[in-house]
Design a protein around this ligand. Structure first.
Ligand code: GLY
Length: 399
């Protein structure tokens, strides 16, 4: 930490040279921020509190419990905050109907499901991550095992799988019938001059009504966009963050990543500081949506740093979102400088203030505190009516 005297000296020297030293947040484009109408800019849950992407409340285990409910029950029973949220996201990882995470996740272009996950434990300042993990559904628990059992932080590909098997994780085929059928449909529709025909196979499940927009709120549609051929696309993910009654903090993010990705592609979820980050003295943050946009701003780390500077979570997240826009290449922006993708952030600070924020109006996030589990609307930069024409989702639209 620079001393105050050194800071003043540096600032004075810069001023004398005609330079100004901007604060982190000052280097942002001027974008009108629209807060949610339904709640004040600073939401305060009280401790303990857990926040997550919306699928943390929408997806259910066979007993009918959502991930955030499982995590909250563990947290309030005295479990470690990271143990609680890893168990919470496991509900989502094991729900085969969620095609954005774990079992049933949409595969890469070769039809292979590759998972990414990472976690951080505030009290011990430790972290773990796995990338491009195959055949093991509970990637978040494997990331935590890397944290718990090794002096490394990040294992990828076959090494990550071998480690998981050594740790006793169960090998299984993660490609469900539905995701395999969706992969075949994607292949058939990819190129009109290749050798794949377009049969209507009676045995293949066909989507009855493709959903057009990411703000479609039906449970299975979280983070999934269906194109005009009925092919689903997703960057979907779950991030979950917890603060217990003592103010101890943990964060975790897990995903099957971008659907139809090039094999080996790793998104933001397993990258410490991008997909999630936590600092036990400040708070935690994480992201879902287009990982390529988030990686470039180290969004979760930046959100925690903004909170460290004193911003409440909502302001911190909206500043991160503005930084994302400022760092987006022009091919992904419309003529007004608005992005052709959706991205969500979630943050909670040590006091229990929390928020979700996104680029376009319509996303929700889940919260669980003493008042119960609920969905709340994310703050946003742009209204739905300002979305560029054509499909938009967490999925990149090719220029
Ligand atoms: N945010 C998930 C991904 O881009 O893979």
């Amino acid at each position: 930490m620079p001393s105050r005297r050194k800071f003043i000296k540096t600032t004075a020297a810069a001023a004398a040279a005609g330079l100004t030293l901007p604060r982190l947040a000052d280097a942002m484009p001027a974008i009108t921020v629209r807060d949610r109408a339904d709640k004040p800019a600073t939401a305060f849950a009280g401790l303990p509190v857990i926040i997550s992407a919306a699928n943390g409340l929408k997806d259910r285990n066979p007993q009918g419990q959502s991930g955030i409910e499982v995590a909250y029950r563990m947290l309030t029973s005295g479990a470690d905050p990271l143990d609680a949220i890893v168990a919470g996201v496991e509900v989502v990882e094991l729900d085969p109907t969620d095609q954005s995470v774990g079992l049933g996740g949409l595969p890469n272009e070769d039809g292979v499901v590759q998972l990414d996950a990472s976690c951080m434990h505030g009290p011990t300042k430790r972290a773990g991550a796995v990338g491009a993990l195959e055949d093991i559904a509970t990637a978040a628990a494997v990331a935590k095992a890397v944290m718990d059992h090794t002096d490394h932080i990040f294992l990828v590909g076959p090494g990550a799988k071998r480690f998981a098997l050594q740790m006793g994780f169960k090998e299984q085929n993660l490609l469900t019938d539905q995701s395999r059928a969706d992969w075949m449909r994607w292949k058939e529709k990819l190129n009109s001059s290749d050798n794949w025909l377009d049969p209507i196979d009676a045995r293949r499940p066909i989507r009855p009504a493709p959903r057009a927009r990411p703000d479609d709120d039906s449970p299975a549609s979280a983070h999934v966009y269906y194109d005009s051929n009925g092919v689903p696309h997703t960057y979907g993910t779950i991030n979950m963050n917890a603060v217990n009654a003592r103010g101890d903090i943990a964060s975790v993010t897990t995903t099957s990543g971008l659907s139809w990705k090039i094999p080996g592609r790793v998104g933001d979820s397993p990258i410490i500081g991008a997909g999630q980050y936590c600092d036990n003295t400040v708070g935690a943050a994480g992201s879902t949506g287009r990982g390529e946009a988030n990686i470039k701003v180290c969004g979760a780390f930046l959100a925690v740093e903004f909170m460290r500077q004193g911003m409440p979570p909502e302001e911190a997240l909206l500043q991160v979102m503005k930084r994302v826009i400022a760092m987006t290449e022009s091919r992904l922006l419309d003529e007004h400088g608005r992005p052709h993708f959706q991205l969500q952030y979630y943050a909670v600070n040590k006091k229990g203030q929390y928020a979700g924020a996104c680029a376009y109006e319509g996303s929700q996030f889940a919260v669980h505190d003493a008042r119960g589990a609920r969905l709340e609307n994310c703050a946003y930069l742009y209204k739905k009516s300002e979305m560029p024409a054509g499909p938009i989702s967490g999925v990149m639209i090719k220029p």
